[in-house]
Design a protein around this ligand. Structure first.
Ligand code: PMP
Length: 363
């Protein structure tokens, strides 16, 4: 007998993640023949006249969305967000010290990956409380002559998010925004460097966006290879080698979609509505549990468990039967997680909560 495979109605994966349907459809229409060029974007020379407006518009629209001041450069890099774990110290440490805040798995990994460099210090960690609350900025223990402070705005696995931009003068803040960038407005001037893997709110995997204040481009270690050197990349318009050309095109389509949908204010409004709906339901029962402090509950990644761990497998099987995919918690922490990025419609969260109610009533 032929097995009928369930198909996905709503994709709650943490990344690669759901993309706006409109964007996928537009890419589909243009796939074989981009704007009468006779070529797919995938086939174009990244230095050709056809490709130039694609990367230029992507940058322009990202600048518009984030309200980027002129003294910030945008780089389209590869290697994923974790490659920045060594690119940041190579480009910025400058034989000084740096302080790292640990608020979950990703920022701990960033701190660990930086250990081969000397002068890497811990500013704060919430590991002892299982990352249920992010260390507050006022308690970060950094040095006044640090070359930078690193933290992660939203911890994708633990579901812990900072909602205020840190107000620290004189020390550049380096921020991993992989899973929250473009979900709301931020004050870019609070940061020296912002980076994000694309595969959540930006586009397909394989592209990493880095935004850097231009006065921070002069500190790279002399041994930094050209592809890893922010200044070299900046001087070469992110084309010191072949960039992720199709990824940048897709990111550009996503930026257009966000602008057409009302920009970051509209994203924020919709993301608050979706997250509140889900957290309110979780809080209304003893069946589902989320232990994250109210102030730090991630709007993008809602991690939760069921009071009886044994039920997780059944929950996931039933969810897939209902077309709800990607709800398994990260392999390191288990449990469940619903990633509700910009492209997740409100209806998706309603469908999830309906299923959660049904499952609860059954057990
Ligand atoms: N930082 C955060 C906050 C993430 O969510 C992820 C990916 N889930 C990473 C870093 C690593 O990203 P990449 O796989 O692109 O290296």
């Amino acid at each position: 007998m032929m097995m009928v495979k369930m198909s996905c109605k709503f994709n709650f994966s943490a990344g690669p993640a759901i993309l706006p349907k409109k964007v996928l459809l537009k890419a589909q229409t243009e796939l074989l023949n981009w704007q009468n060029s006779g070529m797919s974007v995938m086939e174009m020379s990244h230095r050709g006249k056809e490709y130039a407006p694609i990367i230029e518009n992507a940058e322009l629209n990202l600048r518009k969305l984030l309200n980027l001041p002129n003294n910030y450069k945008v780089l389209f890099l590869q290697g994923g967000a974790v490659t920045q774990n060594f690119m940041v110290p190579m480009n910025l440490l400058n034989s000084k010290t740096a302080s790292y805040v640990i608020s979950g798995y990703w920022s701990k990994r960033t701190f660990n990956d930086a250990q081969p460099f000397s002068g890497i210090n811990l500013a704060a960690s919430s590991e002892s409380i299982n990352y249920t609350k992010a260390p507050i900025v006022k308690k970060w223990d950094y040095k006044k002559d640090d070359s930078y402070i690193h933290f992660c705005l939203n911890e994708t696995i633990h579901g812990v998010e900072y909602f205020d931009d840190p107000n620290i003068k004189n020390i550049p803040i380096v921020c991993d925004m992989s899973s929250t960038i473009l979900s709301r407005s931020i004050n870019v001037s609070s940061y020296g460097v912002i980076y994000a893997g694309a595969q959540k709110n930006i586009g397909p995997a394989g592209l990493t966006i880095l935004i850097v204040r231009d006065d921070l481009l002069d500190f790279a270690d002399k041994k930094t290879p050209s592809t890893f050197n922010w200044k070299t990349q900046s001087e070469n318009n992110s084309m010191i080698n072949t960039p992720s050309s199709f990824g940048i095109y897709m990111a550009g389509l996503v930026f257009d979609w966000i602008l057409d949908s009302g920009g970051l204010q509209a994203m924020e409004k919709s993301n608050i509505k979706k997250a509140n709906y889900l957290y309110d339901f979780i809080d209304s029962t003893d069946f589902y549990i989320n232990n994250i402090d109210n102030q730090n509950r991630s709007r993008m990644n809602v991690s939760f468990t069921i009071h009886d761990n044994e039920l997780i497998a059944d929950f996931l099987t039933g969810a897939e039967k209902n077309g709800l995919f990607g709800l398994k918690g990260h392999r390191l922490v288990g449990g469940l997680r619903a990633s509700i990025y910009n492209a997740m419609p409100y209806d998706g969260v309603v469908a999830l909560v309906d299923y959660m109610k049904e499952f609860k009533d059954k057990y």
